[in-house]
Write a protein that binds this ligand. Structure first.
Ligand SMILES: Cc1ncc(COP(=O)(O)O)c(C=O)c1O
Length: 371
């Protein structure tokens, strides 16, 4: 999190029904549209990303509606569980947690659905648990090829503001996101970007909704206000983060993350450790999940690295518990921060007596130093 954002958050809280608040509200709502690359409405909840997942479903679907989801990893699985608890009829396409969603599977499943029972498909853009991204443009093309009217939901929680995400160009119906990753903020804000088609679907959707209802949000957002108390100080931070992203320019932000991810993979190769993501065209720009050598516990290594070098590495989640560690390289991050991160991993591997080759940091530095 950048100091600029933290300082912005520290400003005194203002009255969210007072005259000044509407200006802040409009600024962040408009700025977010630019980050989602959309002209459609974006709503902001005082919630974590999970709330924004729920909001996408309850605003657009009815009990028993069929939803096609894909087992790309831990977060896709949690999202499936949420859909099931809401009373949706989920088909969960099995996966090996090493790949994104295959657009051919989308095309084949939708083509076979001749009576159009499937009302929506839901895809996690960047699976934070595996470091595999799904190609949303290709998935949209597959849906078009099948000429299927299902809504497209995309979780952009660990991609927005760091991996190129094009809401309008890819014709996504509801994008779900959160404040705590590419937007460089603390947790506490959840977002939905909403297409015209999703708004239309919300008119007949029958899942119960109150707190998450888009209608009062969109009505009050027109003047920059909210139907209930917004997370005012996080909105100050959001305004600053949006300014920083605009100053750098989104294409530069995306390119910076691509480069950090490649340097991290150079390090993993140098260590002789395998990546979880098995497909080069699906490598994540924001997180790299690395397999531990057989017989070595990733959590024991993470504990050693934390205790010795104060470096907090991501745990293996769900099925990958104890088998992988994850290196995050997103947000307010630069070459030297990455160099320090990779050095911490290399020193931690040595301190935990994990068998590996000590060529990771040097390979990454060589890559980063290229003109
Ligand atoms: C891809 C993805 N989806 C959903 C979530 C859940 O979001 P939250 O923990 O903010 O509720 C996360 C959290 O890390 C995530 O990475």
């Amino acid at each position: 999190m950048p100091d600029r954002v933290l300082r912005a958050i520290a400003q005194p809280t203002i009255d969210h029904r007072g005259p000044d608040f509407g200006v802040l509200g409009r600024e962040v709502l408009d700025g977010l549209k630019r980050v989602f690359q959309t002209t459609s409405p974006v709503v902001i909840y005082p919630s974590s990303g999970t709330g924004a997942w729920e909001a996408a479903f309850v605003n657009t679907l009815s009990p028993g509606d069929r939803v096609l989801m894909f087992e790309t990893g831990h977060f896709a699985t949690l999202w499936r569980d949420l859909a099931v608890r809401l009373g949706l009829d989920v088909e969960f396409v099995p996966g090996d947690w090493r790949h994104g969603v295959d657009p051919r599977t989308v095309r084949d499943k939708l083509s076979a659905d001749t009576d159009q029972a499937i009302k929506a498909i839901a895809v996690v853009h960047n699976e934070t648990s595996t470091g595999a991204t799904s190609r949303i443009g290709a998935i949209r093309a597959a849906m078009d090829e099948a000429s299927h009217p299902a809504l497209l939901f995309v979780d952009t929680i660990s991609s927005l503001g760091s991996i190129d995400y094009r809401h309008d160009e890819w014709n996504v119906d509801v994008a779900i996101s959160g404040s705590q990753k590419g937007l460089m903020l603390p947790p506490g804000l959840g977002f939905n970007a909403i297409s015209e088609k999703a708004l239309e679907a919300s008119k007949s959707a029958r899942l119960p909704r109150s707190y998450w209802d888009w209608q009062p949000m969109i009505r009050d957002n027109a003047t920059g206000y909210f139907p209930y108390t917004p997370a005012i100080n996080l909105l100050y931070g959001l305004r600053e983060a949006l300014t920083m992203l605009a100053e750098e320019g989104l294409p530069n932000v995306f390119a910076r993350h691509v480069r950090f991810a490649e340097a991290t993979r150079c390090a993993a190769r140098g260590w002789g450790l395998e990546l979880v993501c098995a497909e080069a065209c699906e490598y994540s720009s924001t997180v790299t999940a690395v397999m531990m050598p057989k017989g070595h516990d990733a959590d024991a290594f993470r504990k050693t690295a934390l205790e010795r070098f104060d470096i907090s590495l991501g745990a293996g989640l769900g099925k990958l518990k104890g088998r992988v560690f994850r290196i995050g390289h997103l947000g307010d991050f630069n070459d030297l921060m990455l160099a320090a991160t990779l050095s911490g991993v290399e020193m931690g591997l040595a301190a935990a007596a994990v068998p590996f080759a000590r060529r990771g940091v040097s390979a990454a530095l060589e890559f980063l130093a290229r003109p």
